[in-house]
Design a protein around this ligand. Structure first.
Ligand code: CA
Length: 533
């Protein structure tokens, strides 16, 4: 018998070949997968960014690839792109706002006139801080010049804010990455809507020096001036408490004093608080049982506060792993003794940052890709947070709400995975960093469930879709599972890097692509598994 099926078989195709009759393309690992449509690519870029690249593709080429997809999306439907940017940025679904600002800058430059206008109109919704504005300006100058539309949009950023709000922006974010308010105001030269605005603009462009500002009538600005000249700790503390001065306004020589940090902590935004935990511990403000420690713990367990602050789980996970370590990534000699209560609170804040996830109450099998490629590159540029490590934290968000689930890791074979939502995440991260990794076979979770007659309503596979090792494609393995088990199981592919591949068949409505570390995703996974969407 001639072995035709060895060469042409739609039901069991080696991953090194495309499934005949499908639109599969070669992935970076020499296997075959499907290519995402531009909208899914846009989402992956907006949520995951390209910082740190992937195991296969460096940051530069990966950015080019994504920018190309963004251009195509703008060409196809620029208004949809602008709306998506606003949606993801405003809800805080991405760990970093830079991809949103970059895409907005592209839409404001490369789109049709009505798209460019729409992009510039939403600038204050996406560029919510001075730093955001500076990053947008840096990006937009890569695509266009300072026409009337851009001048008007940047001008509106300054004129539409009430004076006290603008004062905070000016004091807190004076300059970043080569841009300052002075530059932006000089280019946009908006007409000040009030006398206070006029004072603030003059101050920002440096036309009015410190003495003439005193008694400006803008409390924050006056406090800022006072604190620069302060000679006593009590003056600094008083200026901070009375006027809610941010840390950026306080001269660095005072930032070694516990009393100054205690004053700052009272009105400190949540994200700044998380970023400064190590410093506040080092100066002695955060200690076991201290009032400040209790205050920090209470805030980190406050779901509403976390939601309002748009505090992203990646930032909490990074803070947890760094803080627990007792030394910073950069300053090795400059350690601190982590307060256990705060580490625990950071752990629970991570779960809270995803919102209140409703369980699917279905039978779920989570497959975590722990092949070699998942341990190259980083998630959102966080040191040590590889896609492979991140899969575990992410899978536990859903697992924490479900009753019937299995957590499996796979590379060339299945690896038993001993993690649970009851464990603290820094411990989970350590466990993941010790998992032995090898080649990639994303079909293994389905093949394993079939072999062991494990009943699953949905498989959730967290991967970069760079599968190549297996004798059968994941989509075909799922098909076999469905037929032999008599369960029309679903598949959710959680994309962990901003590449363009997926193991999910776009023609199969019971397969879904989602983006890892999108805060909306755990609920989306649960809804899809439960058939609620
Ligand atoms: Ca791999």
């Amino acid at each position: 018998m001639q072995k035709f099926l060895q060469f042409f078989n739609t039901r069991a195709t080696p991953q090194s070949q495309p499934i005949p009759g499908t639109t599969q393309v070669a992935n970076s690992a020499g296997g075959f997968a499907w290519e995402l449509d531009v909208w899914s690519k846009l989402d992956r870029f907006l949520v995951l960014g390209t910082e740190g690249g992937t195991f296969y593709v460096k940051e530069g080429p990966l950015t080019l690839e994504n920018a190309d997809a963004v251009s195509k999306a703008i060409e196809a439907d620029g208004l949809r792109v602008v709306n998506r940017v606003v949606e993801i940025s405003q809800a805080g679904r991405a760990a970093k706002n830079d991809p949103a600002l970059f895409v907005l800058a592209m839409a404001a430059s490369l789109g049709e006139p009505e798209v460019r206008k729409a992009a510039l109109d939403v600038l204050p919704l996406v560029a919510r801080t001075g730093t955001h504005l500076f990053h947008f300006l840096q990006y937009v100058e890569g695509f266009r010049g300072w026409g009337r539309g851009l001048r008007r949009a940047v001008g509106a950023w300054y004129t539409a804010k009430p004076a006290d709000n603008l004062a905070l922006q000016l004091v807190k974010y004076q300059q970043r990455d080569g841009w300052s308010h002075r530059d932006a105001l000089r280019l946009a030269h908006p007409k000040p809507p009030t006398a206070e605005h006029a004072t603030l603009y003059r101050w920002a462009v440096g036309k009015s020096d410190t003495p003439s500002i005193e008694g400006s009538g803008i409390a924050l600005l006056d406090a800022f001036v006072r604190v620069q000249a302060a000679t006593k700790e009590s003056q600094v503390v008083d200026a901070i408490v009375t006027n809610k001065l941010p840390r950026e306004a306080v001269p660095t020589e005072w930032l070694t004093k516990p009393a100054v940090w205690e004053a700052l902590l009272q009105d400190m935004p949540l994200e700044a608080m998380v970023r400064n935990l190590a410093t506040m511990t080092r100066v002695g403000l955060l200690a076991p049982g201290s009032d400040a420690s209790k205050l920090v713990s209470v805030r980190l367990r406050d779901a509403e506060r976390i939601r309002k602050a748009r505090l992203h789980p990646v930032k909490l996970l990074a803070a947890l792993v760094t803080y627990q370590n007792g030394r910073g990534a950069r300053s090795k000699g400059d350690g601190w003794n982590p307060v256990t209560g705060i580490v625990d609170a950071l752990d629970s804040a991570f779960y809270l940052a995803f919102g209140n996830v409703e369980p699917s109450n279905k039978r779920l099998v989570f497959g975590l890709d722990v092949s070699g490629s998942m341990f190259g590159g980083t998630v959102s540029g966080v040191p040590g947070l590889t896609p492979g490590v991140a899969t575990a934290a992410l899978a536990l968000v859903n697992a924490a709400t479900e009753r019937d689930y299995q957590l499996m890791a796979f590379s060339t074979k299945l690896v038993p995975l001993n993690i649970s939502p009851r464990q603290r995440l820094d411990d989970v991260v350590k466990t993941m960093n010790q998992v032995p990794f090898g080649g990639t076979d994303c079909a293994l979770p389905m093949l394993w469930a079939l072999e062991h007659k494990v009943k699953a309503d949905a498989f959730v596979i967290l991967t970069d879709s760079e599968t190549w090792f297996g004798k059968i494609h994941p989509a075909q393995a799922l098909q076999q599972y469905r037929e032999r088990m008599g369960i029309d199981a679903k598949l959710v592919v959680v994309g962990m890097v901003a590449n363009k591949f997926s193991i999910a068949d776009p023609k199969d409505a019971r397969m879904l692509d989602v983006v890892g570390f999108d805060t909306a995703v755990p609920q989306l996974i649960s809804d899809f598994a439960a058939g609620r969407n």
